[in-house]
Design a protein around this ligand. Structure first.
Ligand code: HMG
Ligand code: MG
Length: 289
């Protein structure tokens, strides 16, 4: 799943215009990505970069067969997302108490109670719901996180009715063997075909970790065009694994994704030019010379 327009832009120092966010999403759709996270209906006081996600959502040229999930932290977010016309939402919990407090101002139990109501209301309206578990391989505040703690939160989100659980290495500290062990622990609570993996690439372990989760049987991987991204409440976390690099690896392994690398590179160049940054994907760099 492509998370660039949300995870990629939520940590930018400046405000990115609605027009540029829409253009990025439309280019990613044109490149063949079938799930594109389009924004967040969170408090603009907490994450100002995601303000106006309703305008972004409404302006996207929706493509047949493409879904555009949006992050929702509470009932208020769900109502705003629905008003904008969203058909899929993502709720986001974490396996660390401290991170949960810093990120959404709640304990893990409070967050799960809140999400139970959100999921029930969203299912009633026929929405699809994805669930995230952050800090699946480490926490910026608590350090090591036990795989069983990740599994417990993942199992609860799945039990509520999330169709997919994305396991987030929020600060990009995981390594392949640890990643495999965490996935095996979660697979006791969530079927492997309902799991996704979400790697930030802070320590350059993203692709190695993807290989580890593919070997465990996961086939959904989150990534961000040009490796943009970070979480405002996870200091030091760099961008997500770059979609260009992920695609290059999957192509090389003969795994069909339906994504066109040249068009993806074009989307990456567009947003990097707009932000005044050099692309950080290795494939983008290799193809720019
Ligand atoms: P709070 O301060 O406890 O909540 O925040 P509150 O109910 O007291 O509300 C505070 C203010 O926000 C109020 O405004 C509310 O109306 C408003 P005021 O009365 O002061 O003017 N508000 C809202 N406004 C718009 N939309 C809403 C909404 N809710 C309240 N939905 C809250 C609690 C959850 C709202 C806050 O902590 C928050 O918005 N947090 C979001 C943090 C966030 O977006 N983090 C990044 C995403 S997570 C991530 O990146 C990890 C991931 O990528 C996976 C990985 O890498 O691991 C997913
Ligand atoms: Mg993330």
């Amino acid at each position: 799943m492509e998370v660039g327009p949300r995870d990629g832009l939520q940590n930018e120092p400046g405000q990115v215009s609605v027009e540029a966010r829409v253009e990025l999403i439309d280019r990613l759709g044109a490149a063949g990505l079938s799930v594109i996270e389009a924004g967040s209906f969170v408090s603009p006081k907490w994450v100002p970069q995601m303000a106006a996600s309703d305008e972004v959502y409404k302006a996207i040229r929706k493509r047949e067969g493409v879904s555009y999930p949006v992050l929702v932290p509470n009932m208020r977010g769900l109502e705003s997302a629905q008003r904008a016309g969203a058909e899929e939402i993502a709720i986001f919990a974490a396996a660390s108490e401290t991170f949960t407090r810093k990120n959404i101002n709640a304990t893990i139990d409070e967050s799960l109670t809140r999400y139970t109501d959100v999921v029930r209301a969203a299912l009633d309206k026929g929405l699809k719901i994805r669930g995230y578990v952050s800090c699946a391989l480490g926490c910026p505040y608590e350090g090591e996180i036990a795989p069983d703690s990740v599994a417990a939160v993942a199992g609860k989100l799945y039990g509520m009715g999330c169709y997919e659980i994305s396991l987030g290495d929020t600060i990009g500290v995981g390594t392949p063997l640890k990643t495999g062990a965490m996935i095996r622990a979660v697979s006791r609570q969530v079927p492997i075909e309902r799991m996704a993996a979400h790697f930030h690439d802070t320590y350059g372990q993203g692709l190695a970790n993807v290989l580890a989760v593919l070997q465990e049987g996961i086939s959904i991987v989150d990534s961000s065009v040009s490796g943009l991204g970070g979480c405002p409440y996870a200091k030091g976390a760099t961008g997500n694994l770059a979609t260009e690099d992920l695609l290059y690896m999957l192509d090389g392994m003969g795994i069909e994704t339906g994504v066109d690398l040249d068009k993806l590179l074009d989307a990456g160049r567009y947003i990097c030019d707009h932000l005044g940054r050099r692309p950080v994907s290795r494939v983008g760099l290799a193809r720019s010379t």
